[in-house]
Design a protein around this ligand. Structure first.
Ligand code: V47
Ligand code: SF4
Length: 365
């Protein structure tokens, strides 16, 4: 590889300038220890230009109404068949009670694809959360769920998005993207939304002024080329529709008895964060998702390009059913301490990455 392309990519990336396709690819070619440090330094300069020494988090909870799902994604340990011992279904009253008790700023709602939590019921949940908690930021349902709601509810995706927005949904999370590779799609998640449809549904949401996030699952047999391609597809989609708020790389959690025994190493996770920061010049935020990266690697990620740590979560299920060793939730005080220990200033934010005003007292246990 031409050494000067890598140098140019680092220099431009550190200044938050757009990289060419060739420059983007050069970042991931032969990551030697020396290159790794230089990559980290460029990503740190980039994030400091954007956010200084601040790092944000939100006082949030995750709500997963049910894990019953027949999609059969090979990497998922969260899904259960109806009769599996770990299958569960939450009731609306339980969900409302949890929000009432914890009073989070944000509720992140996703679940399995099933007819117990049908489209109508899922829509009703948003409406009752909105009427009971007018200030709650509701980040709900992935593109995979929107696709499923439309097919099973016999509506267009456009109508589903309009109805959810009307009921009170504020934003969509970034799950279900996996990695934009037809090769891996056919191997691992062909029972649900394809990469092309995932992008299309997000762009449809953007056209309705619904902001969304984007994820990338990595470390389950994907190549660096596939990762860079994923980022470039997202960068183009963002140029076209402009509604992505945040990018979240998700390191694979291998669970037990799976096709790959080990997830990505901490250094690999940090390089993915750094390269994402340099390539995705047009997506404002980069999240270090601590339940999957590990808490310390997640905090170190703030020096490798990330500016946000997601949130307190309260009870994370998807990573933990796949064997994640992190706590299932964090107290607000622990989150602030973690960010400070990593050398950054913790800033509590609202659901849309703005600084939170009037922070209520209280904390998770
Ligand atoms: O869509 C499933 C992934 C996603 C595993 O938008 C796995 O703010 C790793 O999307 N190892 C759900 N990943 C999580 C998600 C998310 C998380 C935090 C914040 C946001 C946001 C979104 O988790 C799924 C799937 O891609 N996943 N199994 C696994 N074994
Ligand atoms: Fe179902 Fe989502 Fe798990 Fe796939 S990743 S099996 S769609 S819960």
């Amino acid at each position: 590889m031409d050494k000067s392309i890598f140098e140019k990519a680092l220099n431009k990336g550190a200044l938050c300038e757009r990289l060419t396709r060739e420059e983007a690819y050069s970042l991931a070619e032969s990551i030697t220890p020396d290159r790794l440090h230089r990559l980290g330094n460029a990503a740190l300069s980039n994030r400091q230009k954007r956010f200084g020494r601040e790092a944000t988090y939100v006082f949030n909870i995750q709500i997963n109404p049910s894990n019953i799902c027949g999609s059969g994604c090979t990497f998922c340990n969260y899904a259960a068949s109806k009769t599996a011992p770990h299958a569960y279904v939450m009731e609306e009253s339980e969900i409302l009670e949890k929000v009432e008790r914890l009073r989070p700023t944000e509720a992140h709602i996703v679940g399995g694809l099933n007819q117990i939590w049908s489209y109508r019921r899922s829509l009703g949940l948003i409406a009752s959360l909105r009427s009971n908690f007018p200030d709650l930021h509701i980040k709900a349902y992935t593109a995979v769920e929107i696709d499923y709601f439309a097919r099973t509810g016999k509506l267009s995706e456009s109508d589903v998005l309009d109805q959810l927005k009307e009921a009170g949904m504020d934003a969509m999370p970034g799950g279900g993207a996996e990695i934009f590779s037809e090769r891996l799609y056919r191997l691992h998640w062909k029972g649900k939304t394809s990469p092309k449809n995932w992008v299309r549904i997000h762009q449809l949401a953007h056209s309705k002024k619904i902001p969304t996030n984007a994820t990338m699952l990595f470390g389950f047999g994907d190549t660096w080329e596939e990762r860079i391609e994923h980022m470039l597809i997202l960068r183009q989609a963002q140029d076209d529709s402009g509604g992505f708020s945040c990018f979240i790389p998700l390191p694979f959690q291998p669970g037990t008895g799976r096709f790959i025994e080990q997830g990505p190493t901490p250094l690999e996770t940090l390089s993915v964060l750094a390269i994402s920061r340099l390539v995705l010049d047009n997506i404002p935020h980069l999240k270090s998702y601590w339940p999957m990266t590990g808490l310390e690697t997640g905090a170190a990620g703030l020096s490798w390009g990330a500016d946000d740590m997601d949130g307190t979560i309260s009870e994370e299920k998807i990573a933990h059913l796949a064997g994640a060793a992190t706590p299932i939730g964090l107290a607000r005080t622990k989150m602030m301490e973690t960010i400070s220990m990593a050398g950054f200033t913790p800033v509590e934010r609202d659901g849309m990455f703005g600084e939170k005003e009037n922070i209520a007292q209280g904390d998770f246990e």
